[in-house]
Design a protein around this ligand. Structure first.
Ligand code: MG
Length: 158
């Protein structure tokens, strides 16, 4: 059995916050606003994996109303969610992601981001792919007010 999953997330960008994508801190003067560390890429991946398995979603598992998730390391949230998914017998085929962000350029950090995600999910680097697009100066992405991510994944089970 194979199942596809889709995850999406958007966070506002704010001066003085760290920009964290896929567990990697990227030097920039703005970062994601959020209850947790704001890692929009890991949030989208978490939702894609949970969605493929039909288990839950990030908001249900880790409610922003609960104080324990304030400033939480999103890699730990992803690890917990992935544990739940693998406990149900699923294995990962691949994940592909698009990050929409006007600045900075993500390409120089791509390998590091891929390796970090693979490390969190205990899979190979070639099972993960990440690419970035600008907003062509249009809308909230183009105005550097937000960053958003779409992630798809494929899971299989015997
Ligand atoms: Mg989020």
């Amino acid at each position: 059995m194979i199942k596809i999953g889709l995850g999406y997330d958007l966070h506002a960008l704010e001066k003085g916050r760290p920009l964290i994508l896929g567990g990697v801190v990227i030097p920039f003067d703005k970062g994601e606003k959020g209850h947790s560390d704001g890692d929009v890429l890991l949030h989208a991946i978490t939702d894609a994996l949970l969605g493929a398995a039909g288990l839950s979603d990030i908001g249900e598992l880790f409610p922003p109303s609960q104080e324990q998730w304030k400033g939480a390391d999103s890699s730990l949230l992803l690890q917990k969610a992935w544990q739940l998914v693998t406990d149900h017998g699923w294995t990962l085929d691949n994940i592909d992601c698009v990050i929409a962000i006007e600045k900075p350029k993500i390409l120089p950090f791509r390998k590091e981001i891929i390796s970090r995600i693979a490390e969190i999910l205990q899979c190979r680097d070639d099972q993960i792919f990440v690419k970035a697009k600008t907003g062509e100066k249009l809308g909230e992405i183009g105005r550097e007010e937000a960053v958003c991510v779409w992630a798809v994944c494929l899971l299989s089970k015997e």
